[in-house]
Design a protein around this ligand. Structure first.
Ligand SMILES: Nc1ncnc2c1ncn2[C@@H]1O[C@H](COP(=O)(O)OP(=O)(O)OP(=O)(O)O)[C@@H](O)[C@H]1O
Length: 246
């Protein structure tokens, strides 16, 4: 899906400075973008704004040409998006595999609900889930209850949940936090493996960001970098330099 943000301002109540200031950017269909920036610079807010989850006081956001100011457009975009957030909320008491398929529930029929409620995986997702889980090293844990998984294992189940419906937009907020380098690599591969999807991933890991064809950075709510190659000097500027909007 194509994303167009024009002069977006997001300001939270009781905050001195806006979380996003005058942000304009365009991301093309199928583009894969890493979003960098110091803690509190507005990365999560930017992702959330694409799902209408934060108050946008000024500017416009269009996803797939649809203006997110419309509730109907928002519903459409949310249906086509797979997302993963920090402290990804998995449903306790359910198996990992049930959590992993939950993102597909909008299209389940009665038989699939019954299968899922029994803790099994509806047939049409079995093969894809098993192959994605194996790639994440999660095959042996699919039948475990999520509260018996480690933080990193839960994170990987959240990755599976985000991509299983084959969304057209993938939004992932720090998907590699808490993962070892090999597992982090697998998580990024899975998130970027949805055919044709536009992918936006926030990260604090420069090595992860450098794997993406495009990197965008925020500093105190302003866009401060947008490019294809992130040099060491660029990264120093993003984290330590003065706030100069791109
Ligand atoms: N719901 C909210 N209410 C009030 N302030 C908020 C809210 N969400 C975010 N903020 C503020 O907006 C600013 C940007 O936050 P955001 O979570 O987008 O940053 P971030 O770049 O994702 O940070 P991190 O890397 O630490 O996750 C911060 O100053 C934060 O305190």
């Amino acid at each position: 899906m194509q994303i167009q943000m024009a002069d977006v301002l997001v300001s939270f109540k009781d905050r001195r400075s806006p979380a996003l200031s005058n942000v304009s950017l365009r991301v093309e269909e199928s583009e894969h973008v890493a979003l960098l920036g110091p803690s509190g610079s507005g990365k999560t807010t930017l992702l959330r704004s694409l799902l209408g989850a934060v108050p946008v006081q000024e500017g416009t956001i269009r996803v797939d040409g649809l203006d997110l100011a419309s509730t109907k457009a928002l519903r459409t975009i949310r249906r086509r998006t797979g997302s993963l957030w920090q402290n990804s909320c998995l449903v306790p008491g359910l198996r990992a595999q049930t959590n992993a398929i939950l993102g597909t529930s909008a299209v389940w029929g009665l038989r699939e609900w019954v299968t899922a409620l029994r803790g099994a995986v509806p047939r049409r997702y079995e093969e894809r889930l098993s192959s994605l889980a194996d790639d994440q090293g999660m095959g042996p844990y699919l039948r475990a209850r999520v509260e018996h998984l480690s933080g990193g294992q839960r994170q990987r189940i959240a990755v599976l949940r985000a991509v299983l419906p084959e969304p057209r937009l993938v939004l992932a907020d720090e998907p590699t936090s808490g993962l070892d380098p090999v597992t982090a690599q697998a998580a990024i591969r899975t998130l970027r493996g949805v055919p044709g999807a536009t992918v936006l991933v926030t990260t604090h890991d420069l090595a992860v960001a450098r794997q993406f064809p495009r990197v965008i950075a925020l500093r105190q709510g302003h866009l401060c970098f947008d490019g294809t190659d992130l040099s060491d000097q660029d990264s120093r500027q993003i984290y330590e330099g003065p706030v100069v909007p791109a």
